[in-house]
Design a protein around this ligand. Structure first.
Ligand SMILES: [Zn+2]
Ligand SMILES: [Zn+2]
Length: 265
């Protein structure tokens, strides 16, 4: 049932130009993706969303030869925080979470019980992921973007090999919005403004399922149909103006209009 480590390879830095190591493990009954990220030339690592199977995650961290520096959470759902307590016991490193994720986080064990599962209640986060700020550990830099809608405190972390989007968007789908704090329009707005505005070739690492790219989702994700159109200059997906998207220059190439003709209807 549990799948092996999918990759542990050097990848070109998509955002900062540096090179980073990346390991993905798919863990637990919800098949959540846990990512171990660090610069290949340094020793510091972070673990994103240690959701379950702490022994496997610890083994994968040990196998890198690096040192864990932080536990970073894209959001507080139980399938993303289930191994936090065990990881924290082994390495006493700070836990990072968006402030709006705290109420869910504090109910993680309770929510697990409602699913008939056992999750050890994770310890209180020491650090807050603040949108607009950079998360920095040694020379690992991740830009924090607020991408609520799946949950109020959901964030996307951009840097190193790509963007860690949590459960905001998946290959061919988007996060569910029927859980407490979920809001469908908020999620769509966040995806369009905070994720689809990233460079088209940027890799997206979701909380479940395979990786994808900004361009692939802009072109084929059925939940984004009719909300985006390619910039005529660079081809990057960008919001259609008549669906509430912001008019103005392309966020990728700064071309003045999506139609390239200067019209602003
Ligand atoms: Zn979730
Ligand atoms: Zn999830």
């Amino acid at each position: 049932m549990s799948s092996p480590v999918v990759s542990g390879r050097s990848v070109p830095g998509g955002h900062t130009g540096r090179h980073f190591g990346l390991v993905r493990l798919t863990v637990g009954p919800f098949q959540s993706n846990c990512y171990i990220v660090g610069p290949t030339s340094g020793r510091s690592l972070i673990v994103i969303d240690p959701g379950d199977e702490p022994d496997r995650i610890q083994g994968a961290i040990d196998a890198t030869g690096g040192e864990l520096a932080a536990i970073v959470l894209t959001h507080a759902h139980l399938d993303h925080v289930g191994a936090v307590a065990a990881i924290k016991r082994r390495w006493d490193v700070p836990i990072w979470l968006h402030a709006a994720g705290l109420p869910l986080y504090e109910q993680a064990a309770e929510h697990a019980a409602a699913f008939g599962l056992t999750v050890e209640q994770p310890p209180t986060p020491e650090r807050e992921l603040v949108p607009g700020e950079l998360f920095v550990v040694d020379n690992l830099e991740l830009e924090i973007r607020h991408t609520p809608g799946h949950s109020p405190g959901s964030v996307t972390l951009v840097g190193g090999p790509g963007a860690f989007v949590g459960d905001a968007i998946f290959a061919g789908s988007i996060g569910r919005t029927d859980l407490p704090g979920g809001e469908p329009q908020t999620l769509i707005d966040a995806i369009v403004s905070e994720i689809m505005s990233l460079p088209p070739q940027m890799r997206l690492f979701p909380g479940h399922g395979p990786e994808t790219t900004v361009a692939a989702e802009g072109a084929t994700n059925p939940f984004l149909t009719g909300l985006l159109e390619p910039c005529l200059h660079c081809g990057a997906p960008r919001p259609l103006r008549n669906t509430g998207g912001k008019a103005g220059p392309c966020s990728h190439c700064a071309h003045p209009s999506p139609h390239g003709d200067g019209s602003e209807l």
